[in-house]
Design a protein around this ligand. Structure first.
Ligand SMILES: Cc1cc2nc3c(=O)[nH]c(=O)nc-3n(C[C@H](O)[C@H](O)[C@H](O)COP(=O)(O)O)c2cc1C
Length: 384
């Protein structure tokens, strides 16, 4: 598709042997339309199929948990057993039917795993037993993981990636940001271990790199393995951009196909000075540019980039190789079609602060700017 106003956005891109038909993809965004047991539902298939039909070149699903103990939300998808394959196979096929690459984001939620109210006897796993604010005023102390539990979590990522490949996905994206398990190990604030998984940069990055190696060993060469990289923790004594740059170079050496750098964690956005983080235009961009300057593998930008003129500028300036949109595609799945068809004024925008879609994550990702009929249905699928 050619387009005079947005020549870079509409250009295709070679990604580790696969083709992105343009430079816009769906960034991972938890809407939790799965059922309580973690299976794909018809709403999940429609939600992602609809975004693919809107013209994005790649759909990265929301994070699916690689184990029960690593699951954060009551209706979060799971991927740890063959019984999840029938639903996941339908999901991959539906995304690909519309010409988009299909990628699953894989997560172990670490200290954020488990529903907020009922945790029962299950251990809440973290690198170190440090108290943290889980939910409003609820301080929680997780348990320090044993080496066996670290090994199990690493293997769970590999097994999940293998299942994603069996289901027909083009790749997986490993979640190493936002304060979930892998980024907890990276952070000198959250990881106070004294064994080979804590202390030095080399030790704190061990789990991230072991997970990548394990995943790649399970899936072979022709399967995309991307990494969602915490680009700066934005808290005193935390993981900094220089650390992310150093890790990005190691991930490149391990054969990671692309990086999506995002800053901050759940802890960061609870501080008064960063409460509006998700609403700030280009909120991950400075760190993204810094990482892009230091590696040769593709680096994808994300974070309030819904203005197509800004997105085009970023690509033209060589500041990123593709643009990820999350909320803009929840509110308007036809963003790409409208931009590439020179119908920018018709884009339905995402504007609420704080984002309503975040607050309703546990009950389903509603959007304040959806048409009323869609709100009544609870999701924006093919019947919009
Ligand atoms: C409701 C909601 C759910 C999200 N879920 C995920 C997720 O599952 N994995 C992830 O890496 N990021 C997640 N994010 C972060 C988004 O990928 C993205 O970084 C953020 O929304 C900023 O991009 P945007 O301005 O294009 O929405 C979520 C964001 C929102 C608002």
């Amino acid at each position: 598709m050619s387009n005079e106003s947005f020549p870079h956005l509409c250009t295709s891109f070679q990604l580790a042997g696969k083709t992105l038909k343009n430079r816009v993809f769906l960034a991972p965004m938890c809407v939790c339309y799965f059922d309580e047991e973690g299976y794909v539902t018809p709403a999940v298939i429609e939600h992602y199929g609809r975004r693919a039909r809107g013209g994005v070149s790649m759909v990265i699903t929301e994070n699916l948990a690689v184990s029960r103990v690593g699951r954060q939300l009551p209706k979060q998808g799971l991927i740890y057993d063959e019984r999840f394959l029938p639903g996941l196979t339908k999901l991959a096929a539906e995304i690909k039917r519309h010409g988009a690459l299909a990628v699953i984001q894989l997560v172990h939620a670490g200290r954020y795993a488990g529903s907020h109210e009922e945790r029962g006897e299950q251990r809440r796993l973290a690198p170190s037993a440090l108290p943290f604010l889980l939910h409003r005023e609820q301080m929680i102390t997780p348990q320090e993981m044993s080496r066996g539990e670290i090994q199990e979590s690493m293997q769970a990522f590999g097994e999940a990636a293998y299942l994603a490949q069996q289901a027909g996905f083009d790749g997986v994206e490993i979640h190493g940001a936002q304060g979930f398990l892998i980024s907890e190990f990276l952070s000198p604030r959250m990881n106070l271990r004294t064994d080979e998984y804590g202390g030095s940069f080399e030790n704190r990055t061990r789990l991230a790199l072991d997970v990548v190696r394990e995943v790649k060993a399970q899936v072979g060469r022709d399967f995309l393995v991307g990494f969602h990289l915490m680009s700066d923790e934005m808290l005193p004594g935390g993981w900094r951009t220089k650390d992310a740059v150093a890790l990005a170079k190691l991930l490149e050496q391990e054969g990671v196909a692309f990086l999506i750098p995002i800053a901050a964690t759940f802890e960061t956005v609870r501080t008064p000075e960063h409460q509006d983080f998700l609403s700030r235009p280009l909120h991950n961009h400075a760190q993204c540019v810094e990482i892009k300057r230091n590696v040769h593998i593709p680096v994808f930008a994300n974070g309030r980039l819904e203005d197509p003129y800004v997105a085009e500028y970023i690509l033209a300036a060589g500041e990123a190789d593709a643009i990820g949109l999350a909320r803009p595609l929840l509110v308007d799945p036809d963003w790409v079609k409208k931009v590439l068809g020179e119908r920018v004024k018709e884009i339905r925008t995402c504007s609420c602060t704080p984002p309503l879609c975040l607050r309703t994550q546990v009950t389903g990702g509603q959007c304040a700017n959806w048409p009323e009929a869609v709100k009544a249905q609870g999701y924006l699928g093919y019947a919009d």
